[in-house]
Design a protein around this ligand. Sequence first.
Ligand code: HEC
Length: 140
Amino acid sequence: MQFKPIYFFILICTGFLVYSFSIYMYPPSSMNGFTNDELLNAAEGKMVFQKYNCQSCHQIYNLGGYLGPDLTNCYSQEGRGELYIKAMVQSGTNQMPAFRLSEKEINALLQFFKAIDKTGSSDLRKFHIEPNGMIEPNGK
Ligand code: HEC
């Protein structure tokens, strides 16, 4: 059979349609098991995080300021979680200012922390202090 460019054209058009269809089969609402509403709420929480400049002192995935700890997994860390975050934000400490957020802002913020917690974990490396005072990564 002689090669005809029209066959090739039909082939890539079909491929394009199949691929597009397969992408839209799974809407983003099924991302990480969150519903659309939860994702929207998390996006709102991200705006709260930015509005109050939390990133000037805190990191997400190790990016941000270094005065406070990384918050990527603060939602699921042992001894942390929702109540702890809420208390921390509302009351502050000697080093962290207290923020007067509305209930809506706090809830959005919590949803944001819950969502980023599911995306992975930050700083997989753990360190220990040698007897001579040097700080080395574990396993060295
Ligand atoms: C001026 C710097 C600064 C800003 C701005 C700031 N924080 Fe903090 N934050 C800190 C410091 C420092 C700590 C550690 C406090 C301590 O242990 O006494 C902390 C601790 C926390 C903790 C507890 C983390 C843990 O693992 O123990 C959370 C949660 C937190 N901050 C959330 C926020 C949020 C949300 C915002 C924005 C609304 C924010 N912070 C803004 C400095 C800041």
